[in-house]
Ligand binder design. Structure first.
Ligand SMILES: [Zn+2]
Length: 193
């Protein structure tokens, strides 16, 4: 049975999505914030699968097992709470609330920028999962796994298969290289002050 796309694939998709958005809405963050924002996109891309049983990184860390168990219990298993619109909004408003309530107002603009970067990566994840065999319960708690295309299984992405790793990752890298080279000034601007 197909469970999920790999983390690396999700991160590539997230970077592509983030850069594509950047070409439409260019910003200057300065070198430090730009680098952290890129990491935020990549962390956001793998966060929705923290409820996944195969997420071993979390389990291996101290206290990770407990956090993982709580997260899984709360989310109702893989691809439930964390992949649905309700969960996505809840996570956004929760993090926004933490920043505004508990962190120094001086840092709010930077922290909110990082939150937006994180959310771009995060949202790209269930969108990509929608193209896999299992689909995504966008309307969780309504148990309806939405898949695109809805047709035969062979059309959708089969996880960790030859097709995903070679074709998907290859074309993602190619698309990213193409987008970066054709919009190099946007990337330069991102790192500028
Ligand atoms: Zn997922």
């Amino acid at each position: 049975m197909i469970v999920t796309m790999t983390g690396t694939t999700h991160q590539l998709i997230a970077l592509l999505a983030a850069f594509w958005i950047l070409t439409m809405y260019p910003v200057s963050l300065g070198p430090v914030l730009a680098i952290i924002a890129i990491f935020a996109v990549m962390i956001g891309a793998v966060t929705p699968d923290l409820d996944h049983p195969a997420t071993n990184i979390l389990k291996r860390t101290i206290g990770g097992k407990l956090v993982h168990r709580l997260f899984t219990a709360f989310s109702g298993g893989h691809r439930h709470f964390t992949h649905g619109l309700l969960g996505i909004s809840a996570i956004y408003f929760f993090l926004h609330w933490i920043i505004v309530q508990f962190l120094q107002p001086v840092y709010h603009p930077q922290l909110l920028t990082l939150l937006y970067a994180f959310m771009i990566g995060y949202i790209s994840h269930p969108i990509a999962d929608t193209l896999t065999d299992q689909g995504v319960p966008w309307l969780w708690p309504i148990a309806w796994n939405i898949k695109i295309p809805p047709g035969p299984e062979e059309v959708r992405v089969t996880t960790e298969s030859f097709v995903e790793i070679i074709l998907l990752r290859g074309s993602l890298l190619f698309a990213l290289a193409l987008l970066l080279s054709s919009h190099w000034s946007v990337l330069v601007l991102l790192f500028a002050r």
